[in-house]
Design a protein around this ligand. Sequence first.
Ligand code: DON
Length: 576
Amino acid sequence: MRSHRHSVILLLLVCLLASSALAAPMHPVHAPHAMVASVHELASRAGIEMMQAGGNAIDAAVATGFALAVVHPQAGNIGGGGFMLIRMADSTTHFIDFREKAPAAATANMYLDSSGNVIENASLVGYKAIGVPGSVAGLAYALKTYGKLALPQVMAPAIKLARDGYPLAWEDAEDLRDNDLAKFPESRRIFQRNGSYFQQGEILRQPELARTLERIAKNPDEFYHGLMAREIATAVQKGGGLITADDLAQYAVKERKPIRGTYREYDVISAPPPSSGGIALIEALNILEGYELAKFGNRSAEAVHLTAEAFRRAFFDRAEFLGDPDFATIPVAQLIGKRYAAGWRETIDPAHASTSKDLQRPAVFNELERYARTHAPTTTIREPENTTHYSVVDGSGNAVAVTTTLNDTLGSRVTLEGLGFLLNDEMDDFSSKQGVPNAYGLIQGPANAIGPGKRPLSAMTPTVVLKDGKLFLVLGSPGGPTIITTVANILMGVVDFGLDIQESVNAPRFHHQWLPDELRLEAGMSPDTVKLLQNKGHKIQMEHSWGDGECIAVDPKTSERLGASDGRNNGKPVGF
Ligand code: DON
């Protein structure tokens, strides 16, 4: 009887999840008090449960984060890292950096063969690609420092989901058929049932992960200092990876000062290095502030052109200057200054696309030029395809934006025996070799070379926007370099073009990252606009795959929380 009831509930859930995947929603989800927006409804619900039990937005974010480690193994994780931006209702802000670190034995040339060529996939698949994970430390730190509830309570939904299982959506079942995953026996056993692949609607149970989560709930420090740390280090080394128990013991979460800027009458608070997100976002917005974009119209060729030119310049600077701030000096103030943006604006021709390779920094910023000259030629990185973002607003107006990643979909594909979770391949976010173009064409400087204990440069952009000093938007997305431009697209959709948060999340995206010198457009852009952009000289690349922005707006008049679902990956906000 009990198991029959269990099956009926699961069947209902399958139908619910399937129906949520039908079409892009037209309106945001409205809630009077609180909202969690994430890629998975069950993870959003875990967060809501905490707030209904008296917890705040941080409790909710941590519950959602651990739940995503179960229901979204592609990117939700305890084997990776990320960034949490907190803006409390009393206006204080906090940025928690729990990005992975390179192990102590990492070297600049570790992914090169004896002839100095990059070894294909070495930084992407397998044990050597794994950076020291920061997620467990980051989530536990956030809860202890800013939350109200105890870890066992906050992790209870995740533990239950791992133990009892949850129905797989079609997309999840498809993702788990990954060929590289099959190379690692424990991953193949858990996520691919040894080759008898999961189908849509089947239940994925993860008993090893449930046990791991129970151990973490009792003592999160065990991941870094206890028996679990030794188990992780032994298993990684057995597979040929570099992480030692000492690397785990040395791992430390960092609180950093968020990047702040203004865009028109709005305040923008975002991710500082080792993310490039906040600097690139604010630099682009500063450039765009000099144009009346609203008068051109949403997704008009004029507005897209100017915005793409701003993106081009922000990514040019990203490539040159950004890396781990603990190891490189980054000219943050110049990059996010309004005068610098005004200099850049003078280099933009409203009628013609610039050519990336001929881009010159505005001469007025000699100090930036000097800095650039002291650095060696450019380097490339790859920023592949999976990460997840979640946003939370609680009843008091505290807001949390978290972007977290294993880097590639399913990370390094390595699951450690007995522990049940996938590990990241974040080492690929470093430069493997200077001057070699990669699959994504992202170029950047030696500030992001591999080095022991360094954090790789990221594009993750958890962002909060204030209107008249009050919480207005909580934004973020996955998508590698397109994270930055997706957040800008969504922010500008609301601020410049008067869209509501759902319309803005739905609107077709566009992206420019300096190199390759092409303007990437999402299917759905008007063909007339595409032609006009081509006439201006843009090389157009149409693309179908863009990250799901999991975003919340607060209605300035009613204070309602408005959660936007992103149909691009079945995102599902839940509120109350
Ligand atoms: O930190 C970064 O920028 C990358 N590891 C993010 C990768 C990513 O977003 C892939 N997502 N879809």
